[in-house]
Design a protein around this ligand. Structure first.
Ligand code: SF4
Ligand code: SF4
Length: 294
């Protein structure tokens, strides 16, 4: 909003009640000595029934929550109404629902980065306008199982990746590759998130995955490929190459190219053949001492 010059005007009123929820006015409540208050100065009330510590007194809204939304205040009002009704009729109050606890870890759903970037929120089915006029039924009807799963595939799994940005820093500053473009990491960069960039630039070295503190970033060899994933989103994958000497995995071509550029003098001596780390060490030792490994 911007001030519009000359738009100021005076409205005549008898009294003004400020209700902007900035702080709690306890005037009149301090006399009710059995009320208990939190260290933030809000009134303690049961989250299910809205009952306070004083028999027969119920409370909700900003007085309990501090500055919050109207929706939360309305919810508290409804719970309080239910609690008061039960209190007056001598019915038992509802119990606290069990605190949710993780029962198992569901396997991450594998999603290609290109799909992750293009998923859109599925449209929510709504109650028809005619029906809405004659009922209090909820307007949003909810997703069916298939659509709910589609929606879940858009999840960034922030319960696993804590957005520390370590992977981004290591790839950019230590490896000098800058293959991770995660705009939501809160780095100084104003780049937009684009998971597809990784497939173009990444050499599948695994430095990011090895330093990820939560296991959100993983590098795995499976089905003849090396795969870099972030919480199930496949950022990059490439066919694996094998040692010409012993058949052990030596890594994908782009990783080998990267290593070769940095070890060109040693590699020259291998005459275009590629070796696993162990054989390369043996070959290098043999090369330097003039011994040829068969
Ligand atoms: S993937 Fe790992 S290293 Fe990267 S931001 Fe998430 S938790 Fe941090
Ligand atoms: S695996 Fe890819 S994204 Fe991770 S540090 Fe290496 S080059 Fe960067």
């Amino acid at each position: 909003p911007v001030p519009v010059a000359g738009s100021d005007h005076v409205i005549g009123v008898d009294s003004i009640i400020t209700a902007i929820g900035q702080r709690i006015d306890r005037e009149g409540l301090d006399a009710m000595q059995s009320l208990r208050w939190t260290k933030w100065g809000t009134l303690m009330a049961d989250t299910i029934t809205s009952a306070t510590s004083m028999e027969g007194v119920y409370s909700g809204g900003d007085l309990v929550l501090g500055p919050a939304t109207a929706v939360e205040a309305i919810g508290a009002g409804k719970r309080a109404a239910e609690g008061i009704d039960r209190y007056l009729r001598g019915l038992p109050q509802p119990k606290m629902p069990p605190v949710p606890s993780r029962r198992m870890r569901v396997a991450l759903s594998e999603t290609p980065a290109s799909s992750k970037m293009t998923f859109r929120r599925p449209e929510m089915p709504l109650l028809g306008p005619e029906r809405r006029r004659i009922t209090f039924q909820q307007v949003e009807l909810g997703y069916d199982e298939h659509t709910a799963k589609q929606e879940a595939r858009r999840c960034l799994r922030c319960d696993i990746c804590k957005r520390c940005g370590k992977c981004v820093t290591i790839c950019r500053d230590k490896m000098g590759i800058n293959a991770l473009q995660f705009g939501y990491m809160g780095s100084e960069s104003s780049e937009m998130t684009d998971y597809r960039v990784t497939a173009e630039r990444c050499i599948l070295c695994g430095a990011c995955a090895s330093n990820c503190p939560t296991g959100a970033m993983t590098l795995t060899d499976k089905d003849g490929e090396r795969v870099l994933s972030l919480c199930g989103t496949v950022l990059c994958h490439e066919k694996l190459e094998y040692c010409d000497q012993c058949g052990a995995v030596v890594g994908p071509a782009r990783y080998l190219d990267y290593v070769k550029k940095r070890t060109s003098t040693i590699i020259e001596a291998f005459e275009g053949r590629q070796f696993c780390e162990k054989c390369a060490r043996q070959m290098t030792a043999g090369y330097k001492s003039g011994i040829t490994i068969p």
